[in-house]
Design a protein around this ligand. Structure first.
Ligand code: SF4
Length: 288
C-alpha cells in the first residue's frame, strides 16, 4: 500500500485521511483482522508502554547486571523539587523515557519501538503530549499507528538496527516515529508530520552504537532521555512551519548510507565510542 513517505503522503492527500487512518486500514488488510481486534491489540501495547514509562518513577529499578538503575526516580524526584533548568514537561518526559529503559534493562516487559534499546522514547512522547493537551486514549492509540507507519517506512528503506546503522537507526528512528505521532496528535497535517520525522533523524544523524560491555544500558538510557526531547523539539519545529529542505525519503536514504559507512566498531560491537573508553573497558572486565 505504501513503501515510501511520498506514497504515504499521496494516499493521505487523495483520501483526505490522517497517517493513522491509512496505517489502520493497511494493518486490517495485511493481518486479516477486524477493526475491533486491531484496536484491542494496540490498547494492550499502549497499556504496556504506560506501565513501563511509570514503573521506575517512584521506585528504583536496577538492571540485571547491576550496572545501572534508579535514574528515572532521581529525575522524577528532582523535577518534583521544582527547581529544574528545563522545566516540568522536559524533565517529566526524560524521567518516563528512563523508566522504560530501566524496565528493559531489568528484563521487565516493554514494547520494542522500534527496538528494546530505544523503547523509552515513543511511550514518553505520547504520554507527555496526551497530558499536556488533555487528549484521549484514542488519540494515543492513533499516535501509535502513525508512529508505526513511519517506523515501517524506515525499516523497509533503511534499517532499525544498531548493529547495522548505529544508534541513529534505533534512538533516531524512535524519535522520528514519536515526532510524527506527536504532530498528528496535536492536529498537524501529514506534511508537517513528515517534516518532524525528518528533523528527528537529521538531528542525530551519525549517532553511533557503543553500549558499555555490550549491554543495552549505558549510554542507551541517556539516549532515550535525549531522544524523547529530540521528538518534542522536532515536532515543535515542524508545527511552527519550519520545513525540511530535504524530503523525508531522502533523509531516510541518507541515514542508511551513513550507517553503512560507519566502522564496525561503532555498530553495537562495544569496540568503539563510550564502550571503548578506559572506564568502559574496565566495567566490561568487571562484569564479564
Ligand atoms: S547505543 Fe546501541 S544498543 Fe544502545 S540504544 Fe543505541 S543502538 Fe541500541
Amino acid at each position: 500500500m505504501f513503501n515510501k513517505g511520498k506514497e504515504l503522503l499521496k494516499l493521505c492527500k487523495e483520501q483526505n485521511k490522517k497517517i493513522s487512518e491509512i496505517v489502520i486500514e493497511k494493518e486490517i488488510n495485511d493481518n486479516k483482522i477486524s477493526y475491533d481486534e486491531l484496536m484491542e491489540n494496540m490498547k494492550f501495547v499502549l497499556d504496556t508502554m504506560i506501565n513501563s514509562a511509570n514503573s521506575a518513577l517512584d521506585k528504583e529499578i536496577t538492571s540485571v547486571s547491576n550496572l545501572t538503575g534508579g535514574d528515572a526516580k532521581k529525575l522524577e524526584d528532582y523535577k518534583n523539587e521544582g527547581n529544574t533548568i528545563c522545566g516540568n514537561l522536559i524533565n517529566s518526559a526524560m524521567a518516563k523515557a528512563l523508566s522504560t529503559s530501566e524496565v528493559n534493562a531489568s528484563m521487565g516487559r516493554i514494547v520494542a519501538a522500534p527496538t528494546a534499546g530505544a523503547s523509552g522514547i515513543l511511550p514518553s512522547a505520547i504520554i507527555t503530549v496526551k497530558d499536556k493537551f488533555n487528549l484521549s486514549e484514542e488519540d494515543m492509540i492513533c499516535g501509535l499507528f502513525t508512529a508505526g507507519g513511519i517506523g515501517e517506512i524506515i525499516a523497509k528503506n533503511a534499517t532499525i538496527s544498531g548493529a547495522e546503522g548505529g544508534c541513529q537507526a534505533e534512538c533516531g528512528v524512535a524519535s522520528a516515529m514519536a515526532a510524527a505521532a506527536i504532530v498528528e496528535m496535536v492536529g498537524g497535517d501529514v506534511d508537517t508530520a513528515l517534516n518532524a520525522a525528518s528533523f528527528a533523524l537529521i538531528n542525530v544523524m551519525g549517532l553511533v552504537c557503543d553500549p558499555v560491555a555490550g549491554l543495552v544500558e549505558f549510554p542507551c538510557a541517556l539516549r532515550n532521555a535525549s531522544g524523547v526531547i529530540n521528538a518534542l523539539v522536532s515536532s515543535d519545529l515542524a508545527m511552527a512551519g519550519v520545513k525540511s529542505l530535504v524530503p523525508f525519503d531522502e533523509v531516510v536514504d541518507a541515514m542508511y548510507r551513513v550507517g553503512k559507512a560507519m566502522p564496525e566498531s561503532l555498530r553495537e560491537t562495544a569496540l568503539g565510542g563510550i564502550a571503548a573508553t578506559p572506564t568502559g573497558e574496565e566495567l566490561k572486565r568487571r562484569l564479564l
